[in-house]
Design a protein around this ligand. Sequence first.
Ligand code: SAM
Length: 216
Amino acid sequence: MDAEFWLNCWKNNHLGFQLEEPHPLLVAALPTLPKVERVFVPLCGKSPDLHLLAQHYSVVGSELSAIACNDFFAEAGCEPAQESFAEHVLFSHQQIAIWQGDFFTLPAAAVKDVELIYDRAALIALPSELRERYVQNLRQYLPQATLLLISLEYPQEEKVGPPFSVSEAEIFRLFAGAKISKLADVDLTGAGFARRRFLTSKLVESSWLISWESQT
Ligand SMILES: C[S@@+](CC[C@H](N)C(=O)[O-])C[C@H]1O[C@@H](n2cnc3c(N)ncnc32)[C@H](O)[C@@H]1O
């Protein structure tokens, strides 16, 4: 998936991944998450999860699309400040700041002091070759952080991604050496996935708490 694909999704309002309410697995995990200052939300879109997280943390998002950033704040009825950096525009209002631009060129300073990462539909939005780079970036910039990851698994040969299937085995390979705990599995086979319904023979969403802490 290149940048053009995602920019076109936003331009054409093809937002099948968009939730109307905060993700139930985030709601369930919230009480158990570390009580820290800042949470980083990579590939954040205009998710309602940002508002829920902002009730507990200062939120830093990364999002490619300017349409997503503008819509997020407009739909919340606020006018964000905007500041231009080399390859990014920083949108910010109260507890929420979103770095608009490519996650893979995000300045390290953007995620300074972050101790928690929340990934819903970020890892699974990326093809396998980028998933590895994505995890390496997170690990390099935020070696002390805990990650709440929501993953999705289905027979990949039955559907073209995104979202891509990321198996349990792949999670253990990508995060090798980290402490990995599964929090929940939800069987969505035959049920809706955000605004869509996939006709795969199996569809399971899982939440994970992952920490590199023991490595450092
Ligand atoms: C499947 S959507 C999920 C959005 C959000 N996490 C949610 O739960 O609604 C993936 C998002 O990642 C953004 N994206 C894709 N590649 C990106 C990149 N390299 N840097 C920043 N954002 C990116 C897309 O524009 C899109 O909004």
